[in-house]
Write a protein that binds this ligand. Sequence first.
Ligand SMILES: Nc1ncnc2c1ncn2[C@@H]1O[C@H](CSCC[C@H]([NH3+])C(=O)O)[C@@H](O)[C@H]1O
Length: 398
Amino acid sequence: MSDSLSKALSAVTEALSNPPSPVNINLGTAFQLLGAMDKLRVMLEPPNLAVLNLSLAPYALSATRVAQGMGVFNAFVRANGTKDLTLEELDAKTKGDRQLLFRIMRHLCACDIFTLVEGTKYRPSQLALQLADGSPVGDCVKHFYLNMRVTSFLNEYLEERNYANPVDATDTPFQYAHRTKENPFEWLARHPADQAAFNSVMTMNRKLIETEWYETFPVEEKLQVSADRTVLVDIGGGIGHDLSLLKQHFPQLPGKLVVQDLPGVIKDIREPLPDGVEAVVYNMFDPQPLKGAKAYYLRTVLHDWPDKQAIEVLRRIREAMVEDSILLVNELNMAGSNPSRIQTAIDQDMMEAFSSLERTEEEWRALLNKGGFDVVKVWKPAVKGMVELALYEAVPKP
Ligand SMILES: Nc1ncnc2c1ncn2[C@@H]1O[C@H](CSCC[C@H]([NH3+])C(=O)O)[C@@H](O)[C@H]1O
């Protein structure tokens, strides 16, 4: 073995035998290390193993989804997560055949989601304990399992269209796979469990971000208004998670905060929003009822739409603005060169769901310009997480 590889092996062995406590793990270092491990894997894996690893991910995801359906993770959480369960004990607490349970658990052990201890008992990993119903991590599996239905039709969709780049929001891989004319938001509105999982996943992606927009953007200086004015409207703001965080961070910020979203999403707001935050049903393609707010804010909303629809949304905002109103667009800046795998996967997700895309800074500037705005400044976080968003501050063109 070459010297550098044996050194890497010793360092990894040492880290594994002497692991840091989870609370002491620095996310930035962890992400860097994970990136390096991915590169190392590519360097070391022979192609026949590499192709298997590439191809195996859907099986782990579907086995995890089946285990959720059978109630496996709920059973471990109800056992307080401290108890290892035998197949018989688990079978008594879950739905379905014992033989199926055995096979699913065998695969999940091979995926390190459980460990088989003393030859007969399943011990849940930290991840397994977060996969029960009602947790954002569990909802993430439900959401991406559902997305696989579209992913599995992508090639057929593209082949029928001679591999043209999808740009039409009314003819998407999602619509092809689901045999529907509805867009994902219309479809989710008719599937409340999937809608709830989607809303929950939207709150979860905060965990991949090191710095929130309001830690970079000078909120108190830029968003000063009288107490009776709306200070910020979060359009497509989901279940109000962004505004709740903003309010926690700036409890004294004067003015009203309003989250707007589609009815199925607003209906799913279960916990009361903080004082001063209101939730309102609104379709962003309709005229904006809240005129003259200081700021109109969109976070990972425009990336769901090709330019044609995104420009419509921007037009509705411009119509509602007064002289000192500003637009704040918080979106992933797709790296111009060597974007990370998570960025390119999100871009493909946008293609599959909406015939949309993740945009580079140049593309965001061009879109805002076409939508009638001048970009005043792009606020970028000093510390980069795994997925980093940039905040575009813009004003209507004169
Ligand atoms: N026509 C529409 N009008 C208002 N909201 C919409 C519309 N179409 C999609 N959305 C919402 O846009 C959001 C996109 S996901 C982003 C949610 C949130 N801003 C966050 O960053 O976490 C979802 O909550 C959708 O329900």
